[in-house]
Design a protein around this ligand. Structure first.
Ligand SMILES: NC(=O)c1ccc[n+]([C@@H]2O[C@H](COP(=O)([O-])OP(=O)(O)OC[C@H]3O[C@@H](n4cnc5c(N)ncnc54)[C@H](OP(=O)(O)O)[C@@H]3O)[C@@H](O)[C@H]2O)c1
Length: 322
C-alpha cells in the first residue's frame, strides 16, 4: 500500500475510533445519539497522519501532545446540561490523545468551572495535563487558588501559571510554595502580547520556572526573535496561546483556497497550516487553540499528524499569509 494511503487509513481510524479513551468515546457516542453534537457541522476532510506529534518537557521524561485545548471564551458557557453539549464532544476528542494540555483560568468567566465539570463527567482528570492560572493580585491569590480547586474538582493541577505577569514576583513565590506542597507539578508565567516579551525574557533569564505561555502564530512572529530561542536554550517548556490570533487568521484567508502545496504537509485546512507552522518551531512544546466546536477540534487535532514543515516551508507559509 502506498505510504500516503496507509497514513490516511491510520489517521481515519484514529479519528473515528477514539480507542484510547473508552469513557470519552462513550460520552461522545451518547451525545451524538442525543443529537447534541454540533448541529451546524460542516465536513472537515480527514487529515493524513499516524501518531500525533508529542514534544518533551525539557529536563523530564514527560512528553506532551503538540496540540492541546484552550478554554478562553470557548468554554465560557452555562454549567448546566454539559453532558449533552458540543463542549462535551470537544473534550472527548481531546481525551483521545492521553495527556493533552487543557488550559484554563479563573478569569475566563465560567470556563474553569465548565472544564472542571466536564472532566468530572468524563471521569478524566487524570487523562489530561491540566493547566490553570493565578489571575489575581498576590493578596487574593490563595483565595482564588482555593476556588480553582473547587471549580476543577481537583486538589492539584499539572501546571499553575502567573497570568499576564500580574504581581509576578509575589505570585511566583506563592506558586513555588504550592509546588513544594504537591499542588502543582510545574509552574510558569503567561502573557498574550508582544510588548510583554521583554519582561518574559527577563524572568526566563533570572527565575527558575518550568513553562512559559506566550502568543505566537504565523501572524504574530515576535516570539521567534529572542524569547523562543531563549526558552529552548534554558530548557523551559513553551505553550502557545492565540495560535489563530483569536480567530483573526481565519478571517484573513476567508474564501481563499488552500495552496496546492499544503498537501505536501498533510494539511487539509487553513487551521492545520496555521498550527503546523507553530508546532514545527523547535522551541514549542504545545499549542492550545480554543474552540467550542467539535468539527474545529477534530480539525485542530489533525495538525499534530503527518508531515511537518521544515524551515523553508515555514517561511513559505508565512509569506503566503503575509
Ligand atoms: N494571557 C494568557 O495567559 C492567555 C491569553 C490568551 C489566550 N490564552 C490561552 O490560549 C488559548 C487560545 O487563545 P485564544 O482563545 O485567544 O484564541 P485562538 O485559539 O487563537 O482562536 C480561537 C478562535 O478560533 C476559532 N477556531 C478554533 N479552531 C478553529 C478551526 N479549526 N477553524 C476555524 N475556526 C477555529 C474559535 O472559534 P470556534 O469556537 O467557533 O471554533 C475561536 O473564535 C485560550 O483559550 C487560553 O486558554 C492565554
Amino acid at each position: 500500500m502506498p505510504t500516503d494511503r496507509r497514513r490516511f487509513l491510520a489517521c481515519a481510524t484514529m479519528l473515528t475510533a477514539g480507542a484510547a479513551a473508552p469513557v470519552a468515546g462513550r460520552a461522545l457516542a451518547q451525545s451524538r445519539s442525543s443529537g447534541s453534537a454540533d448541529a451546524d457541522a460542516e465536513p472537515v476532510p480527514p487529515p493524513i497522519g499516524g501518531e500525533p506529534m508529542r514534544r518533551p518537557i525539557p529536563g523530564t521524561r514527560e512528553t506532551l501532545p503538540a496540540i492541546g485545548l484552550g478554554t478562553a471564551d470557548a468554554f465560557d458557557s452555562s454549567t448546566q446540561g454539559l453532558q449533552q453539549s458540543p463542549l462535551s464532544d470537544v473534550l472527548a476528542m481531546l481525551l483521545r490523545t492521553p495527556g493533552s494540555v487543557l488550559d484554563t483560568a479563573p478569569s475566563y468567566g465560567t470556563a474553569e468551572a465548565v472544564a472542571g465539570e466536564l472532566l468530572r463527567l468524563h471521569n478524566a482528570r487524570r487523562q489530561v495535563f491540566l493547566a490553570t492560572k493565578i489571575s489575581a493580585p498576590a493578596a487574593s491569590a490563595p483565595a482564588q487558588w482555593a476556588r480553582s480547586q473547587r471549580e476543577l474538582h481537583s486538589e492539584a493541577v499539572d501546571l499553575l501559571q502567573v497570568h499576564n505577569l500580574i504581581d509576578w514576583q509575589e505570585n511566583l513565590r506563592f506558586l513555588r510554595q504550592l509546588q513544594e506542597q504537591g499542588k502543582t507539578r510545574y509552574i510558569g508565567v503567561t502573557h498574550y502580547r508582544a510588548d510583554a516579551h521583554a519582561a518574559l525574557e527577563q524572568i526566563v533569564r533570572s527565575e527558575k520556572i518550568d513553562f512559559v505561555q506566550v502568543n505566537y502564530s504565523v501572524g504574530e512572529r515576535e516570539a521567534e526573535r529572542t524569547l523562543l530561542p531563549l526558552c529552548r536554550q534554558r530548557g523551559i517548556a513553551v505553550l502557545i496561546n492565540r495560535p489563530f490570533q483569536d480567530g483573526r487568521l481565519f478571517r484573513a484567508v476567508q474564501g481563499k483556497p488552500l495552496p496546492p502545496w499544503a498537501g505536501e504537509l498533510d494539511c487539509a485546512s487553513w487551521g492545520q497550516l496555521f498550527l503546523k507552522f507553530i508546532i514545527s518551531h523547535p522551541a514549542v512544546t504545545a499549542a492550545i487553540p480554543a474552540t467550542s466546536k467539535p468539527r474545529h477540534m477534530r480539525d485542530n487535532l489533525g495538525a499534530a499528524l503527518g508531515r511537518m514543515p521544515d524551515a523553508k516551508q515555514r517561511e513559505r507559509i508565512a509569506a503566503l499569509v503575509a
